[in-house]
Design a binder for this molecule. Structure first.
Ligand SMILES: Cc1cc2nc3c(=O)[nH]c(=O)nc-3n(C[C@H](O)[C@H](O)[C@H](O)COP(=O)(O)OP(=O)(O)OC[C@H]3O[C@@H](n4cnc5c(N)ncnc54)[C@H](O)[C@@H]3O)c2cc1C
Length: 435
């Protein structure tokens, strides 16, 4: 009987899914993709679920549906808890699985710079559940403010503070402004949504520090026009329930605190004896193999790498997709070389991963975005259009693309958000589960 090479992939995000798809229907491989969620999530649009523009179902798709036609790929819903590289085994909550090659693509999580207790006072934005909780929190706070007679308490309920002025913080701040100042503006009788405060705190000198300075300046101006209060410079040094303190003495009382300031690699990377950076990211070899573990590869947000062209690979979706595809290529090459006279040396012949930079972009609000690729820089309406098309193109599944396109068209034309229903008991709409 012909034996197949067993590949286990941890994580069905951008890296893991693209690796599985690149190995699909190659009969030399038997692939098992394990994820703790049953869906692939398009994280770049999470902020739109959090701000009621989209429903959760629009940006997630069942992994089984995506991989249904890949006969050699099995999907397992389970959480990996440990990796035993000596035994070639991974331990999950519901079982133990053996592999010949392993791909770790479990992504990143929020990091609180050593102040883990801040997690319980702030909302992160990494999962569907996070985005639903934020939406529930803000819409529910508005309901409470509408019932409230105490002006100070009303002001606190109508304040959102976002910590971190990178793309996630900027996109959230702009979208909250669109939500309260345009979409919901006629919906309440006792509160005035012009009083809703959106505070964006960035410890550095400028927003979007990975973008050109002119883009940071444009973003700041646009956000200020949208009524966002931007605080540049001071660091957050204390967070408690509904309260934060900055190291220049400022104090902010806000019902909703959102953490968009830092990420660290999945804790799974600690299962392996290998070099890692301060954020727990694996310092992979150029081929994306884990040093000292030739049968284990890592990809996506949990690796740190400078490619042979000297480019530092960023924690972005295109890089994760490319890395997943590269690992599939290496595995195929390994299989081919193993049967040749290069068998002895085949691991040293593995090709290096090269990052193909597609550029970066961030949306600020209706008709406003910034984008740059190579020497080309766009801002305003052209960047906003480019942002819409690129995000639609990368979204997985025709149904999701159509649903998102219709929601966007509706919001654009009528200034009404698509998803402002929430349930008091769970914060989840009944029709809000991934398809
Ligand atoms: C709010 C937000 C906005 C973003 N916006 C952009 C953007 O505009 N453009 C862009 O290019 N990038 C953006 N990114 C970054 C981009 O989403 C990431 O770079 C990309 O998702 C990384 O892919 P990944 O496969 O490494 O990890 P992920 O996509 O995070 O996938 C990891 C998968 O592993 C699973 N997993 C984790 N731990 C376990 C475990 N123990 N057992 C089993 N399964 C596990 C998770 O459920 C998940 O499905 C954004 C990220 C966020 C959070």
């Amino acid at each position: 009987m012909k034996s197949t090479h067993r590949v286990a992939i941890i994580g069905g995000g951008f890296a893991g899914l693209h690796c599985a798809q690149a190995l699909a229907n190659d009969e030399r491989f038997s692939v098992t993709l394990i994820d703790q969620q049953n869906h692939h999530l398009f994280q770049p649009l999470l902020y739109q679920v959090a701000t009621a523009s989209l429903s959760a179902v629009d940006i997630a798709r069942s992994l089984r549906a995506i991989l249904g036609k890949a006969r050699n790929v099995s999907v397992l819903l389970d959480t990996v808890t440990a990796i035993d590289s000596a035994q070639h085994e991974i331990t999950c909550e519901h079982g133990t699985y053996s592999y010949d090659s392993l791909v770790i693509a479990a992504g990143a999580r929020s990091s609180y710079f050593g102040k883990d207790e801040w997690a319980k006072y702030t909302f992160g934005l990494k999962s569907l559940e996070d985005s639903r909780q934020i939406r529930h929190q803000v819409l529910n706070a508005l309901e409470r403010a509408e019932r409230c007679d105490d002006p100070e308490e009303q002001r606190r309920l109508m304040t959102v503070a976002i910590i971190g002025g990178g793309p996630t913080g900027v996109e959230l701040a702009g979208a909250f402004s669109d939500l309260v100042r345009r979409a919901l503006k006629t919906d309440y009788r006792r509160i005035d949504l012009n009083d809703f405060r959106i505070i964006l705190i960035q410890s550095g000198e400028r927003l979007l520090k990975s973008f050109a300075e002119e883009h940071s300046k444009y973003t700041l101006e646009r956000l200020q026009e949208l009524g966002v209060e931007v605080i540049l410079g001071p660091r957050v040094d204390q967070i408690e329930e509904g309260y934060l303190h900055l190291n220049d003495g400022q104090e902010i009382k806000a019902e909703t605190l959102i953490w968009a300031a830092g990420v660290a690699a999945s804790p799974l990377t600690a299962s392996l004896d290998c070099p890692r950076d301060r954020g727990g990211r694996i310092e992979v070899e150029p081929s994306l193999a884990v040093p000292g573990h030739p049968h284990i590869f890592a990809a996506g947000d949990l690796v740190t790498l400078t490619d042979p062209d000297g480019k530092t690979v960023p924690g972005l979706a295109p890089a994760a997709m490319q890395m997943g595809q590269h690992i599939a290529k290496v595995l195929k090459e390994d299989q081919r070389l193993q049967k040749t006279r290069y068998a002895e040396r085949y691991q040293s012949l593995r090709p290096a991963y090269r990052f193909r930079d597609k550029g970066i972009m961030a949306i600020i609000g209706k008709n406003a975005a910034v984008a740059q690729t190579g020497k080309m820089k766009l801002k305003g309406f052209p960047a906003w259009l480019a942002w819409l098309f690129i995000h639609l193109a990368f979204l997985i599944g025709f149904r999701n693309k159509l649903a998102v396109l219709l929601s966007w068209a509706f919001s654009y034309l009528f200034d009404k958000p698509a998803a402002r229903v929430f349930s008091i008991s769970r914060g989840i709409c009944k029709d809000d589960e991934p398809q």
